[in-house]
Design a protein around this ligand. Structure first.
Ligand SMILES: [Zn+2]
Length: 506
């Protein structure tokens, strides 16, 4: 077991796309049927490929965890993933947007084996009826034993399932499966579990058909004579006999020359999203693939995602980011009630806030803030420096970089502190509650350069000034307009020590 684990970790460390990694999509016949229908639309409407309207696709992400709620993919990675998908599909004029909320599913079987029948039953009942559904799980069983399945599109359930380790790290996996969702086959259709091998298949190729799942598939020729009926049935994707998966170097380059049955030299398209070549950097769809996907969006079976909604895709201007509190390098009054506050940013409906102590940058926390531009934190440590960033986004645009950094240090006090300005000690405050803004402080001694700070119940500093105290009664002359009804914390910092007292303003 230990050896196996080490081997597995080693594989991932060397190359996240080891050659045993595959896509688990299997057509039940319905995908090719849709593709044929889409091709007829493409043929009928000769200008279809020039159709320039944006297509908007709602995406429902399902965050699957184990039954205890542990192990689900981090939301922030899905925010990055949506940006990646939208960058990849920009040339297609297809825009993907979040349905308002992530769906959280606690389910051991769906988490670890989504192809199991009880897991599929859970998928059926969890689907969003008006979105492209993507379930993010921990593991996918490799049915055929051929390789490690990274993700798949299920034509029967009409959903995409992705291993969580592919989210936010791979430019290709999710975009590839979305290609399947919109009716695209692999360019090497038929060679899925029997990739090209010169010894078995010959070079030049000595066979004209390849068998998969008991079906014989025509092998695509270089001269395009059968490109309409062989492999993915799209003529601008050149022959591919699943060369990518067996490429020993995994360098996105066909290990050629390889000749087809006619002895024509194959020039494949390594960096096609639907191929199995890895590490290509930038991938692409061919014009016919784009046209097929766009036609598929108009298919009657896709009516459920044509909601007519045009999502908010406003670009967010990074220069609109302005921190209100804490001010840069401020020491907050309390450590267990710190309000991060920033200006509302035009176009942003959500903010992903990240915060970490610079002394432990890996100890980073992410919090999503909706419909306001502030966040109250109650779980920070006292007397500690923190750095925070804000990534603003909306449902259709999650590509704005994180903004900041902003820095502060937490104070030493808890908001739950008992009065420390008790009668009989050095100071006494009266009256409390205050009703007319006139607050008095009785001091047993005189003291110069005393820092007076008032914090509201959110931990925000509302008044700060230096005062000189005389022995006896002092009027504190608070700025009345700064105060609303509620609880406040008055902090007095003398040279010797700090005092704090909760004040009620009525
Ligand atoms: Zn695939």
């Amino acid at each position: 077991m230990k050896y196996f684990l080490i081997l597995l970790i080693g594989m991932f460390a060397l190359n996240s796309f080891s050659q045993v990694h595959i896509c688990g999509t299997k057509d039940d016949g319905s995908m090719m049927e849709r593709l044929e229908a889409n091709k007829r639309i493409m043929d009928q409407h000769i200008n279809f490929r020039g159709d320039n309207d944006w297509i908007y696709v709602p995406v429902q992400f399902h965050i699957v965890s184990n039954a205890d709620g542990v192990g689900g993919v981090e939301e922030r990675k899905l925010i990055e993933e949506l940006c990646t998908i939208n960058k990849n599909y920009l040339p297609n004029k297809m825009k993907f947007y979040f349905t308002p909320e992530f769906n959280y599913i606690k389910h051991n079987l769906l988490y670890s084996d989504p192809g199991a029948s009880f897991a599929e039953a859970k998928i059926k009942t969890s689907k969003n009826k008006n979105a492209l559904n993507i379930f993010i799980v921990d593991n996918i069983a490799s049915g055929s034993g051929f390789g490690q399945v990274l993700g798949y599109y299920s034509p029967l359930l009409d959903v995409i399932v992705i291993r969580k380790n592919q989210i936010g790290i791979s430019e290709q996996t999710v975009s590839h499966e979305i290609g399947h969702f919109f009716s695209l086959a692999h360019p090497f259709y038929g060679w899925e579990e029997n990739p090209y091998n010169a010894v078995t298949h010959g070079n030049p190729l000595k066979i004209q058909k390849i068998q998969w799942g008991g079906v014989n598939f025509d092998i695509e020729l270089v001269n395009k004579s059968n490109c309409n009926t062989a492999a993915d049935k799209l003529c601008d994707t050149p022959p591919d006999y699943n060369f990518g998966i067996v490429d020993p170097e995994q360098n996105c380059k066909l290990n050629g020359p390889i000749l087809d049955f006619n002895k024509d030299t194959i020039k494949t398209q390594e960096n096609n999203y639907m191929s199995y070549f890895f590490n290509c950097g930038k991938y692409q769809f061919t014009p016919m693939q784009v046209a097929a996907m766009r036609a598929d969006f108009l298919h009657s079976l896709r009516a459920y995602i044509r909601t007519g909604v045009i999502p908010d895709t406003t670009l967010i201007n990074a220069s609109d980011f302005k921190v209100i509190s804490p001010f840069e390098n401020e020491t907050t009054a309390f450590y267990d009630q710190v309000t991060l506050d920033w200006d509302d940013m035009p176009g942003a409906t959500h903010y992903l806030v990240s915060i970490y102590p610079p002394s432990a940058p890996n100890n980073i926390k992410y919090i999503i803030v909706k419909s306001e531009s502030k966040l109250v934190l109650s779980d920070l440590e006292k007397n500690k420096k923190y750095t925070w960033h804000v990534k603003p986004y909306n449902v259709g645009n999650t590509c704005t970089n994180k903004l900041g950094p902003a820095n502060f240090k937490t104070g030493a006090y808890t908001v739950g502190i008992e009065d420390e300005l008790n009668a009989g000690e050095d100071f006494e405050i009266f009256p409390n509650p205050v009703s007319d803004g006139q607050l008095y402080l009785y001091s047993r001694f005189s003291s110069s350069d005393v820092q007076l700070r008032m914090y509201n119940s959110l931990g925000q500093l509302v008044e700060s000034k230096e005062i000189d105290l005389t022995a006896g009664t002092n009027s504190l002359n608070l700025t009345k307009s700064n105060y609303q009804h509620g609880f406040y914390n008055l902090v007095l910092k003398t040279k010797e020590r700090d005092y704090i007292r909760r004040i009620i303003i009525q």
